[in-house]
Write a protein that binds this ligand. Sequence first.
Ligand code: C2E
Ligand code: CA
Ligand code: CA
Length: 560
Amino acid sequence: MTRRHFDKRFAELVAQIPEDEYDVGKLFELFRTYSASVAPDYGIEYIYIQMLAPGPDHSSMQQSLASDIYRSGYPGECDEKMYHFSIGNGGYADVYVGVRKGVVWTPEQQQDITTFIKTQYLFNGRVEAMRQLDRVMFTDQITHVLNQAGLYKSMGAKMASGGLAGYCSNFINIRNMKLFNEKYTEQGGNALLMGFAQRIARYIGDDGAFARLGGDNFLALIESSREEALISFLGNLWVDLTDRSGSTTKVKMEVRAGYYHAGPGDQVSDVMNNASIALQFARRDVNEPIKEFHNNMKTQFFRIKQLEENVPAALGREEFVVYYQPKADISDREHFVLCGAEALVRWMQDGNLIPPMQFIPALEKNGLVAQLDFYVLEHVCRNIKAWKEAGLQPVPVSVNFSRRHLKNENIVENIMAVVNRYGIEPSLLEIEITESYDIDDMDVLSRFERKMHEYGIKVAVDDFGSGFSSIRLIKNIVTDTIKLDKSIVDGIGEDREDDIIISHIIHMVRALGKEVLAEGVEKTEQADFLRENDCNTIQGYLYAKPMPREAFEESLKNRS
Ligand code: C2E
Ligand code: CA
Ligand code: CA
């Protein structure tokens, strides 16, 4: 037998394994077969291999493998030879070969054996290289959990052994990652991602899978029975962040997630997509940041996708309807008085009313929201004109404008073109713009507001108090009205400290000469508190819900 012969035989065996099925266990199995076919020619009765590799901390050696490669079962005595190889990663392999007593190798055989053992060494090197390749190909470099390729590999293995039923997939997104990066620098942000990912990966363990898909998006696969526990785990997740000086801050990681319990026959793509669709809905619902997938989400999701492609047509078909939510003056406790309204859009699809939060964020992303806002403005102007012509006395109506258009050069002129076309008095209109904590935006807003003022149209800051730097920015706000967000109003009467803060906000705003309106007022006690604190305008279910145009006209009639 020659050296070439060994190499060839081994190469043939390795070639039998398809490239994508290389795994350490399989290769060892193969190697056993190979060894068993070689050993008897040389009087070898057993081969035992022991491999040691540096541990994760690089200081101590750990046994990574110890096993019989071959054992003939021969009961007699053997001479044992030991071959020592370095594997190249700081680890080594010791191969123990038992040769039947009395067997003497010719110099040629001796050479053959060395070659044979060397193949073991080469083979082990190859396995190790594969492991390292695995690490690079299937591991995310920032968090050291699986990457997308790794996730597909792991899910593929689960598909091959019984499918994904019984697992629950979670599409997880970190809230405020952008702010973390700004606050802690990119390096700190990466450390947070790492801490976050490691904690969840450890929680999930080996039965499931956890991967970073890119940015601050992750996918977790866990046994369905553990899903509820995972949700509460995600709801209270803190990560330690250590800075260069060694001091540690605890950072609360808030997530939004969509999850899906896989059923029989589900493919990898179902499990990924359904969780991702549920996340889209979770992103838009502050009250329920972790949402389970339902089939009707899919229908809606595709409708919204279609809509995105088709907004002009949907606008043309007048599928959007404008609702009006009355605003009330509550100075008189016994008698609330209609004093304005907000125009709120709904999308009418096959007889269903779809609420704005389910399609506006998508339209904001691609800039189509501008068309929608102008559509609403147009309808409001048309309605006000009609009310006047019918002899009714309209109240001022506010129209929502997405912040996105404020940067548009001609925004004010475009608004005024609509207003003038219908001959609407500017005092009957107000524009609502959502609060932002971005200072750059404040500049844009202040320019917008100044120009609108020249034309006599008021501007309100919407959702005040929902972003976290608002209090600091109160003095920078240039608008006429501040709409206190529902989340602030909800706190009234719940907590004494909250009450003090709310009353301060109201008084500060009033001291700056601005109007305050409280949104989402649902309880009499809230209205009483607001009145006592000099906030006399409200909008909320306590007074009225948003209603179709016809119903709102009735309120206008009762007023006149
Ligand atoms: P928003 O401007 O903050 O509008 C107030 C939302 O709170 C409305 O939801 C309203 O129905 C709801 N609401 C009012 N009072 C109460 C209450 O007492 N309790 C509760 N639970 N909710 C109350 P809606 O109509 O679903 O609108 C959601 C958001 O969609 C609006 O929030 C606004 O940001 C956006 N939106 C609506 N119409 C338009 C539009 O024409 N253009 C743009 N850009 N955004 C719009
Ligand atoms: Ca609004
Ligand atoms: Ca609001």
